[in-house]
Design a protein around this ligand. Structure first.
Ligand code: ZN
Length: 141
């Protein structure tokens, strides 16, 4: 990762989630193509989730799900804290949540425990400057 990684500007407006994820992975220096990322209108407890599910042929498929109701909200007391980082707008929040879920994805791709392990924390800090490991926004859990 380059030294200015944390301060990189947001991806251009109108970027798809996959383009944003590709940018995050590239900046982290991780040679990975993003897994599918979908908006979920029914997710109301977690802002983001990394899930793996078997497809109809029994192959495990990774997917990142983002909560439409939580991540599209603009009426927050900005800035809000996500992953221990201050976020000033919904785009910022999406980026931080994506970074977090992409760490789960990277660990899963490596074939190691992809939970909130010590290695997860190390990567979260080293690659993105995350100071806390949560799936929530602000004081939400
Ligand atoms: Zn997590």
């Amino acid at each position: 990762m380059d030294a200015e990684g944390f301060a990189d500007p947001l991806p251009p407006r109108g970027s798809t989630l996959r383009q944003q994820a590709a940018l995050i992975l590239r900046r982290a220096g991780w040679d990975l193509a993003p897994c599918p990322i979908v908006w979920s209108p029914r997710m109301s407890r977690c802002a983001g989730l990394f899930v793996i599910e078997k497809d109809s042929r029994g192959v495990w498929r990774p997917e990142i799900r983002l909560s439409t109701p939580l991540l599209r909200r603009r009426d927050r007391p900005w800035p809000v804290e996500v992953c221990g980082c201050n976020c000033r707008n919904p785009e910022d929040v999406v980026r931080r949540i994506l970074e977090h879920e992409l760490i789960h994805y990277k660990l899963w791709m490596e074939g190691v425990d992809w939970g909130h392990t010590e290695r997860f924390r190390d990567l979260a800090w080293a690659a993105f400057g995350h100071q806390s490991i949560t799936h929530g926004i602000g004081t939400e859990t």
